[in-house]
Design a protein around this ligand. Structure first.
Ligand code: EPZ
Length: 424
């Protein structure tokens, strides 16, 4: 059990550089095994999810080393095609390795990725896409067994623009004979970063960022260098932290357009925003008013990952903020914990209604998932008193040195990864 302690009421001031993107680097690390090659990844965030992906690569027979924010992968020695339960359990999004293993070895065995705190997390769209390319997939004893007699290019229409299914289809298509066209593809920026990497790997691929992606060939390269894009959700988190605590913070080295949906909502709540080509500056006196209703949608809509964070920033906003969570069926697990601060939130199905209160009072709370845990820390920054957030390792899955980032801005926060404190 790890513990974050936040003494609220301190405004945040300063400049920060945002970490590399968790949701971009994970599919890129999977892509590095499509062909035997040496890959150097720059701007790799230091996250437990990245460590989990490195453990999978090593299990498959690859080399995976880290030096600071650089990760080297040598996949020439890959000699296995299975991912066992203990490694799948570490990170359910490891299913993203399936398409890449099939593209390389034309067989794969994975322990079925279970659900998570956000819900069932089915992978039916992933499997449908791989079957369209000719994969034969059976499920037995909690595992998926996949094989193909040579993947064939196909037209894949996704019934929902699933990020993971789009990525798995892209990776497998690199190992297919002939052209693959993916329609109703996810348009998230992380898909564009994956396309950039796949082009360096030797893929003829176009369309990422639009709803139609075409992979029409693959000439493997042996050495690839790539700088991972900046994390747009961590960028949104830093903005919400400043809105919650008040202050003036500049995010550097970012792509403002990638999180403009969140930035514009905070601006409508009364924050002052200054946008430049690679930076965003936010100024807030901490006195906010409620924004228009927030509805989460696939990109370029409002991102589901930022919903908990914006909710934390809206708890003292004058008026009523209405959230509708359309992406995951169970993404309000931070609400009962936020209520412990004295927040006023009611949830009916996918709708959460937040009525602004004058003050939040610190309380011991427990992180239930990654972004929900970050939301508790965000709320604690704007609460009176010392908040303790108990966390079984959720936040460090996606945030690299979150405490150090906030400390550099003047927050009064400490993080103890190994506290054996009894949960209150
Ligand atoms: C990715 O998850 C991200 N994770 C999530 O970030 C993010 O919330 C999500 O995309 C949406 O943007 C990574 O990139 C590692 P989906 P993914 O497939 O790929 C349903 C975070 O906090 N669905 O777009 O799993 C699914 O149940 C994490 O960083 C199917 O029904 O998201 C969900 O309701 C959380 N069948 C919806 O689609 C499928 O085969 C969106 O899922 C696949 C998905």
């Amino acid at each position: 059990m790890s513990v974050w302690k936040v003494s609220g009421g301190k405004k945040l001031f300063g400049d920060i550089r945002i970490q590399g993107s968790k949701n971009a680097v994970l599919p890129i690390m999977a892509a590095a095994i499509i062909t035997g090659c040496e890959t150097e990844l720059l701007n790799c965030p230091q996250l437990s999810d990245v460590e989990a992906a490195m453990a999978i690569l090593r299990h498959l027979g690859c080399k995976a080393e880290r030096d600071g924010d650089t990760v080297w992968i040598d996949s020439r020695g890959m000699n296995r095609t299975d991912i066992p339960h203990d490694l799948m359990r570490e990170m359910r999004s490891s299913v993203i390795f399936l398409g890449a293993i099939l593209a390389r070895a034309h067989e794969a065995a994975l322990s079925y990725p279970g659900g998570c705190e956000l819900g069932a997390r089915p992978i039916d769209l992933h499997l449908e896409a791989l079957r369209s390319l000719g994969a034969e997939i059976s499920e037995q004893g909690g595992s998926l067994y996949c094989r193909d007699k040579g993947l064939k290019g196909a037209r894949i229409n996704l019934s929902f623009p699933s990020v993971g299914a789009t990525e798995n289809a892209m990776l497998a298509a690199c190992g297919a004979e002939g052209e693959t066209v993916i329609t109703n593809a996810a348009k998230e920026p992380e898909i564009i970063d994956l396309q950039d990497f796949l082009r360096k790997l030797g893929a003829e691929i176009t369309g990422a960022g639009s709803s139609t992606i075409t992979i029409s060939g693959f000439v493997p390269q042996e050495k690839i260098g790539h700088r991972v894009m900046t994390d747009r959700i961590v960028s949104a988190t830093a903005l919400c932290c400043t809105a919650s605590a008040g202050g003036c913070v500049t995010l550097k080295g970012v792509v403002p357009a990638y999180f403009e949906t969140v930035t514009s909502v905070l601006e409508s709540m009364g924050c002052e925003i200054e946008r430049r080509s690679t930076s965003v500056k936010i100024t807030s006196d901490g006195k906010l008013h409620a924004p228009r209703p927030i509805v989460t949608r696939p990109y370029p809509g409002f991102p589901t990952d930022a919903q908990p964070l914006l909710m934390a920033a809206s708890l003292k906003a004058a008026g009523t903020t209405v959230f509708t969570e359309n992406i995951f069926e169970n993404r309000y697990r931070h609400v009962p914990e936020l209520l412990r601060f004295g927040a006023d939130i009611s949830v009916v199905g996918r709708v959460a209604v937040v009525t602004g209160v004058n003050e939040l009072i610190a309380a011991p709370v427990t992180a239930a998932d990654l972004r929900g845990g970050a939301a508790l820390i965000t709320a604690a920054l704007g609460a009176r008193g010392l908040t303790t957030v108990y966390d079984t390792g959720h936040v460090v899955r996606g945030y690299d040195d979150f405490d150090k980032m906030l400390l550099s801005l003047g927050a009064d926060i400490s993080y103890d990864p190994e506290t054996l404190a009894s949960v209150v």
